[in-house]
Design a binder for this molecule. Structure first.
Ligand SMILES: Cc1cc2nc3c(=O)[nH]c(=O)nc-3n(C[C@H](O)[C@H](O)[C@H](O)COP(=O)(O)OP(=O)(O)OC[C@H]3O[C@@H](n4cnc5c(N)ncnc54)[C@H](O)[C@@H]3O)c2cc1C
Length: 376
């Protein structure tokens, strides 16, 4: 829906995925006037294609604090976003299929313990099969987080968008931003068709397209667009409760309460940033399903009802670009969540809103700095 925007706002949000919507909600709640511009429709890309896993398990150490704090916000989704967003607490289990993988998980556990985190725990074979009896019998153990979860991506998009609107955010869909430049006391966002949006601060939350906006202000980042693939099966009898991942095999899997099984794991299709289109690579889909059957033989006869992909920006170090621009005062970057930004999205909005108000959000954003690629 298109609405008339005020001449100058406190915060201009570029991109109406869950990151941009979350920033709009948090900033409006903090009293800022906000206009969000979305090139297509809100949630059109990664945010609605997402698997919805809310995972603090096996996070890059730089992201653990964010992921643990984001979990608290997901639990408060009804208060924050007027809807439960389909959020359900669920353990996440990272399975080791052989001794080498088990050693990898032990090393991971030692590393996070050294950093002061104790949310992950290692379980052996017996405890693993007590939890997941349907697993193929070659597995050795797993790393587990008990209080992770998952949510419904599309439901979340609608809830975040509704909340933003109810807080007075102007949402302009089918309105691509073309450039951001500094002006005294703020920024100018040039919109397609020649219009301009003036703001004190702008946030680049353009997902896979965020790298292009950053490059246009002289901030080259090592981020590539990737079409991540997902599959969902027809309902099968209940066989697994936790969300399952594996150490050393590309697989993530969870079963819904209706019995359908959602399968992913990072297999890539083809992404076209210019058109926004993506195509499946069926060899990858086939391998992904073979991985699922290798872990869960019960799926051998399950029928696939749908496969899809969504375009996501993936950084060379698998970390988002989050923090102030170094070239345009008043511009904040929040893009390239590298395949795991859904889990963080309620929190990233708060971090962006704090940055926009010059407040200390308490997180170390140095690992996410836009100029880290140049340093490398
Ligand atoms: C298939 C798949 C499965 C995933 N599974 C998980 C998971 O289980 N757990 C997890 O944590 N994460 C997961 N992710 C990652 C997660 O979904 C993303 O990190 C997150 O949704 C990113 O949100 P975003 O708002 O940054 O990007 P997007 O949702 O892509 O939003 C960016 C928006 O910006 C708009 N835009 C682009 N250019 C412009 C412009 N110039 N002007 C205005 N608007 C513009 C786009 O149209 C788009 O709507 C998955 C991603 C995919 C694709």
């Amino acid at each position: 829906m298109t609405a008339a925007a005020p001449d100058r706002v406190d915060l201009a949000v570029i991109g109406g995925g869950l990151i941009g919507l979350s920033a709009a909600v948090a900033a409006a709640r903090a009293g800022l006037s906000v206009t969000l511009v979305e090139a297509r429709t809100c949630g059109r890309h990664a945010s609605s294609a997402s698997a919805g896993g809310v995972r603090s398990l096996n996070r890059h150490p730089a992201e653990i604090a964010l992921a643990r704090r984001a979990l608290e916000l997901w639990r408060r989704a009804p208060a924050l976003f007027g809807d439960h967003c389909g959020y359900a607490e669920s353990s996440q289990v990272r399975v080791a299929e052989d001794e080498e993988a088990m050693a990898g998980l032990e090393a991971r556990l030692a590393r996070t313990r050294d950093l002061g985190w104790d949310h992950e725990k290692l379980i052996g074979r017996d405890a693993l099969y007590a939890r997941v009896p349907s697993l193929a019998d070659h597995c050795r153990g797993a790393l587990v987080v008990e209080d992770d979860g998952f949510a419904d991506p599309l439901r979340s998009v609608h809830a975040f968008r509704r909340t933003a609107r109810s807080l007075g955010v102007t949402i302009r869909e089918n309105t691509p931003a073309e450039a951001v430049t500094a002006e005294p006391g703020g920024v100018v966002v040039a919109l397609a068709g020649g219009a301009e949006l003036r703001a004190r601060v702008a946030v680049n939350a353009a997902g896979a397209w965020g790298a292009g906006l950053a490059a246009a202000v002289g901030e080259a980042v090592k981020v590539r667009p990737v079409a991540l693939q997902m599959t969902v099966t027809e309902p099968v009898r209940a066989f697994v409760k936790p969300v399952i991942g594996t150490h050393g095999r590309k697989l993530s899997l969870k079963q819904s309460e209706h019995g359908t099984v959602v399968i992913g794991g990072g297999f890539e299709g083809r992404a076209d940033l210019a058109t926004g289109d993506s195509d499946l690579d069926f060899a990858g889909v086939t391998q992904n399903l073979a991985n699922a059957v290798r872990l869960f033989p019960i799926l051998a006869d399950a029928r696939v009802v749908r496969t899809w992909c969504g375009i996501e920006g993936i950084a060379a170090d698998d970390l988002p670009v989050l923090g102030p621009s170094r070239t345009v005062p008043g511009l904040i970057h929040a893009f390239a969540f590298s395949g795991h930004g859904f889990a963080l999205c309620p929190l990233i909005g708060e971090v962006v809103a704090d940055l926009a108000r010059g407040r200390n959000h308490g997180f170390d954003l140095a690992p996410f700095a836009v100029d880290r690629f140049a340093e490398a």
